[in-house]
Design a protein. Structure first.
Length: 295
């Protein structure tokens, strides 16, 4: 399985990403990223996938199952926490925009059809995780215990200030055991340019995924728009190069009857968590909330 899918390699016409489970080479998790021009309307059929409609840049109207939702969206993933809509499987979803739109649809193949539901930005918890150079922002918009209106789909957003590490210590969720649950996981990266807000291919970051036995050992540079697939193994860190803040959208789904994002650290590096108690938080976090930039 090819794990790094560079920007453009998953494109579908003008849409940046079309990744269903078959194209990924697994069973559950998927991602679409659509790009609509000013005044454009698009119809999306979800088929056997439930999804979130998550604006990356721009605002939109979502119509599904006879309901209409207005999403205020945001100018950039580095500008604000956005509102979103959950849409069910077997649905026809109409997206329309006045000023143009780039929107992510994190997806999961599922069996149960739920009702559409709106998620307001002001109710999305923003968590500051880690400490010192491992300080990062986790935006928990679609995780169990916060958003329980989904069958299989889990999703969250992370912002890593430039020079910092996230997804650290390395962790995995590929066994149904005491501390973890089986999940396929997608990382969708956006990298800010020199202004720290506008996405750009100029910058880069690093990502690592590996197994203890060495059968999987990936250390890759990632740029704006890249996708990385984690079928199994420990993953992390994600490192934002100095000067270039890093965002990624995590999409997780698996066979467990109950949604979970449980994980297990690589025991070699789990001691790092204890060291955070003696380190200050990076004052750049949180980076955003529902009102906009925090600093």
């Amino acid at each position: 399985m090819r794990l790094l899918r560079a920007a453009g390699t998953l494109a579908d016409g003008l849409d940046p990403v079309l990744l269903d489970a078959e194209r990924a080479g697994w069973s559950y998790a998927g991602l679409r990223v659509l790009r609509l021009g000013a005044g454009e309307t698009r119809m999306v059929r979800t088929g056997e996938y439930e999804a979130f409609v998550l604006p990356l840049a721009g605002a939109c109207t979502v119509r599904v199952d006879g309901l209409e939702f207005e999403l205020a969206g945001r100018d950039s993933v580095f500008a604000r926490v956005t509102d979103f809509v959950y849409v069910p499987r077997d649905a026809e979803v109409e997206l329309s925009t006045v000023g143009g739109l780039e929107v992510a649809l994190p997806m999961a193949r599922c069996a149960n059809r739920l009702e559409p539901k709106y998620g307001p930005a002001e109710k999305v918890p923003v968590e500051v995780r880690g400490a010192g150079p491992a300080t990062r922002q986790v935006t928990n918009f679609g995780v169990p215990g916060i958003w329980d209106h989904a069958d299989k789909l889990n999703a969250c957003e992370l912002i890593t200030p430039d020079g910092n590490w996230s997804s650290y210590p390395p962790h995995k969720h590929d066994e149904a055991g005491v501390c973890e649950v089986i999940n396929e996981e997608i990382y969708y990266f956006r990298i800010a340019g020199r202004d720290g807000i506008t996405t750009s291919r100029m910058g880069f970051g690093m990502h690592r995924t590996y197994t203890v036995d060495g059968t999987l050992d990936e250390n890759v540079a990632v740029r704006d728009g890249d996708v990385f697939l984690v079928p199994h193994g420990y993953h992390g860190p994600c490192i934002a190069a100095p000067g270039y803040p890093m965002y990624y959208l995590n999409v997780l789904a698996g066979p467990a009857p109950e949604r979970s994002m449980a994980f297990c650290d690589d025991p070699t590096h789990s001691w790092v968590r204890d060291s955070w108690a003696d380190q200050p938080l990076d004052p750049r976090c949180p980076v955003t909330d529902h009102n906009g930039r925090c600093s």
